[in-house]
Ligand binder design. Structure first.
Ligand SMILES: NC(=O)C1=CN([C@@H]2O[C@H](COP(=O)(O)OP(=O)(O)OC[C@H]3O[C@@H](n4cnc5c(N)ncnc54)[C@H](O)[C@@H]3O)[C@@H](O)[C@H]2O)C=CC1
Ligand SMILES: O=C(O)C(=O)[C@H](O)COP(=O)(O)O
Length: 374
């Protein structure tokens, strides 16, 4: 069996080579001739899987994307060809939740404010939005969910109105990128919507760049009229609107979901799906391949202040290091992809065991691994 994988799928070589030849290729520049006689293809979000790419894929039986987003894969075309498909729903949702929580704590410290009692509107109440909601609630925020598709399907009891979203202290975007259907998200935050926001608000985009009209955002930001911006995703990646970077409080190269655990779950989920589709027995080594974290335990002797909580999150995930690297090296197309390819090992909060002498309920809800000290 021959399997082609994006070279940025961690652990793929070790896990898949049990089943045949594994060829790792650059996902951004993958070519049709690389798929001749290939049985399975595993990609990430940067590979457009369409008729053109699969023109010479004469043996292909399975395509998997080790990501949550699926808009880069023409699923109808795969179905027409009888090629099985799987994605990895929710695989890196915890990482996105931790990214947003860390960013919000940093932002409010910068503004000498507290998050307690502030409102957050979460646009898209799926896997990533729910992880953000849980952490925002743990930080004392009032959470509002905006998800008309879920409300119509009856899976969400209370979806607030779009006007309520625009009034929230924090707006955090967690929708897929869609241009069609009843609730398209392309430029959901367009010039008209952005004109209603104020510099006192915080706007987070950790879903897809094109959900915000970046050119319109730049114009408001350049006039000092935009909210405080936390931008992980950009229109046109990897060729982004570079002048926007300097106006963001936090700017990162689409790495919100890049925890090692999140990537590992993505690999594991598509591996399992591949084995099922190709009717082979799975031997998932991913958990075993996860390295021991550099840190392991911290003992808290007193109640944490807001500032100490901010530091605790940054001890595990140094969001400012990501931001710094991006501003220094990442805004050009090659810089953007390079930072993503050579992203340092980032662990989830659960990798840190917190020995907690003063019960602080929110630490567990934030994702830390709590050990009560009796
Ligand atoms: N920055 C990063 O590293 C990452 C970005 N993502 C992006 O985030 C997106 C969301 O991920 P998940 O939450 O896991 O997906 P999900 O599918 O679990 O949830 C998405 C939610 O958005 C809702 N939605 C769709 N259109 C909407 C609209 N017009 N207004 C409000 N809500 C709408 C859906 O009903 C659904 O509940 C992914 O599609 C992906 O593009 C995901 C993971 C990592
Ligand atoms: O899972 C998703 O959806 C994401 O946005 C991924 O975190 C993107 O990572 P790459 O596939 O672009 O490496």
């Amino acid at each position: 069996m021959k399997i082609v994988v994006d070279e940025n799928i961690p652990f793929a070589q070790q896990i898949l080579s049990q089943h045949g030849e594994v060829v790792a290729v650059d996902g951004r520049t993958m070519q049709p001739q690389q798929l001749v006689d290939v049985d399975a293809l595993l990609v990430r979000s940067v590979t457009k899987v369409n008729q053109q790419l699969l023109a010479q894929a004469n043996k292909l039986k399975f395509v998997g994307t080790a990501t949550i987003g699926t808009e880069h894969v023409e699923q109808n075309y795969l179905a027409e060809r009888g090629i099985a498909f799987a994605s990895a729903p929710g695989c890196n949702a915890i990482a996105v939740g931790e990214y947003v929580a860390t960013a919000l704590l940093a932002a409010t410290e910068y503004r000498y404010q507290s998050l307690v009692g502030k409102t957050i509107a979460i646009v898209g109440a799926g896997n990533t939005g729910s992880q953000v909601a849980k952490r925002a609630a743990a930080l004392g925020m009032q959470v509002m969910l905006y998800d008309p598709p879920a409300a119509e399907q009856g899976t969400l009891a209370n979806s607030v109105s779009f006007e309520q979203v625009l009034d929230a202290d924090v707006i955090s975007l967690h929708v897929p990128s869609t241009k069609n259907g009843k609730h398209p998200t392309y430029h959901l935050f367009n010039q008209q919507v952005l004109s209603k926001l104020t510099p006192e608000q915080i706007l987070v985009n950790a879903c897809r760049g094109e959900v915000i009209d970046n050119q319109a955002l730049l114009e408001f930001a350049a006039q000092g009229k935009s909210p405080l911006l936390v931008l992980d995703v950009w229109e046109g990646e990897p060729t982004i609107l570079e002048p926007l970077v300097k106006y963001a409080f936090i700017a990162t190269p689409h790495i919100a979901g890049y925890s090692l655990e999140g990537k590992m779950r993505g690999t594991s989920m598509v591996y399992q799906a591949m084995c099922q589709a190709l009717k082979i027995e799975a031997n998932d080594l991913s958990e075993q391949l996860l390295p021991v974290p550099e840190f392991s335990q911290i003992t808290l002797k007193g109640e944490l202040t807001d500032s100490q909580l901010t530091k605790l999150t940054q001890l595990v995930y140094n969001i400012f290091a990501d931001d710094r690297r991006f501003r220094q090296h990442g805004a050009s197309p090659s810089g953007f992809d390079k930072l993503r390819k050579f992203y340092p090992q980032r662990r989830e909060f659960s990798a840190l065991q917190v020995v907690n002498q003063h019960k602080q309920a929110n630490l567990g809800a934030l994702g830390f691994n709590i050990q009560e000290n009796k």
